[in-house]
Design a protein around this ligand. Structure first.
Ligand SMILES: Nc1ncnc2c1ncn2[C@@H]1O[C@H](COP(=O)(O)OP(=O)(O)OP(=O)(O)O)[C@@H](O)[C@H]1O
Length: 282
């Protein structure tokens, strides 16, 4: 196992405890399209719940329900035990749920510290921004997470994709999120940058947050996850704790083991062996 794998594995804990957010038999229809059906999900403090699935499986719909962008059409969503319908993203944020989208809501031309405090600036007398204090806090909070950005005046757009994700995670933790939802944070990143982001997912978990990690990548999920939910065509294809699941099983589920078997059978029937000169005429 890689160093990163070992470090992350060592820290994997099974936190248990009452869920902060719980989806029970949740469903969502867009007119005649059933985007989600009968999905159960519990987000607990100090746990990473991974949600995997192919394109169109329903991952975005699931996020949007918890983030206050869409309401569910069946089932129940409990937030700290109380049934809740969010009517706006603000209500979700106020309930302590921070969602970090892949196309981050950061202002690329503004500095790192301005982005950290965007919309929550500290102001003194006459409404003047307390620049030094905000810079100091940004530096402190990033270094607590082990993120080293030498110049906080740099525009955030100049940071790497991985660093941007980390700034967004640190920001959510500082402003008191209880739950952080990460929408495919490693999808556009190379191996090294993905490693950086996975480490911050572990840090967020160890800081006591409930983390929902949306991904296509079973390897990334298995490195940091406590619980795994695989969605297929809006339904639950797999729901397991880490102890009951191997990486091979998760990978096979994501690769669509059975579908691949059928495809391979169909390809054999087509008998298009590229080494045969007359293959495409068969
Ligand atoms: N606003 C909408 N109106 C109608 N149908 C929608 C809407 N949003 C999503 N859908 C449909 O719901 C289903 C689930 O889509 P969703 O975007 O949640 O999947 P996903 O797993 O996030 O996919 P991807 O990985 O491609 O983002 C799809 O069939 C999609 O076409």
């Amino acid at each position: 196992m890689s160093d990163l794998g070992a470090a992350l594995e060592d820290k994997t804990v099974d936190a248990g405890g009452a869920p902060i957010v719980e989806l029970i038999d949740i469903g969502k229809s867009y007119g005649n399209v059933h985007a989600l059906r009968g999905v159960d999900l519990a987000v607990r403090a100090g746990e990473v719940t991974c949600v995997l699935g192919d394109n169109g499986a329903g991952k975005s719909t699931l996020i949007k329900i918890m983030a206050g962008l869409h309401d569910y059409t069946s089932g129940r969503m409990l937030v700290e035990g109380a049934q809740t319908h969010f009517r706006s993203p603000r209500e979700s944020l106020e309930a302590g749920i921070a969602t970090v989208y892949q196309d981050l809501a950061l202002a690329p031309l503004m500095s790192v510290w301005r982005n950290f405090f965007l919309g929550k600036e500290i102001r003194g007398a006459l409404g003047l921004m307390k620049t030094d204090e905000m810079k100091r806090i940004t530096g402190d909070e990033l270094s607590k997470m082990g993120i080293v950005i030498p110049d906080l005046d740099r525009p955030v757009g100049a940071l790497s994709g991985g660093q941007k994700q980390c700034v967004a995670i640190a920001r959510a933790i500082y402003f008191g999120a209880k739950v952080i939802i990460l929408d495919e944070p490693t999808a556009a990143l190379g191996v090294k940058q993905s490693g950086v982001v996975l480490k911050y997912i572990v840090k967020a978990r160890d800081a006591g947050l409930g983390v929902v990690f949306i991904t296509h990548n079973p390897h990334h999920a298995y490195l940091v996850g406590n619980r795994f939910l695989v969605l297929k065509l809006g339904g639950v294809a797999l729901d397991k704790q880490r102890a009951d699941l191997t990486l091979d099983e998760l990978t096979a589920q994501m690769a669509g083991g059975q579908e691949l078997e059928e495809l391979s059978h169909e390809l054999r029937e087509l008998d298009t062996d590229p080494r045969r000169p007359d293959a495409d005429r068969a």
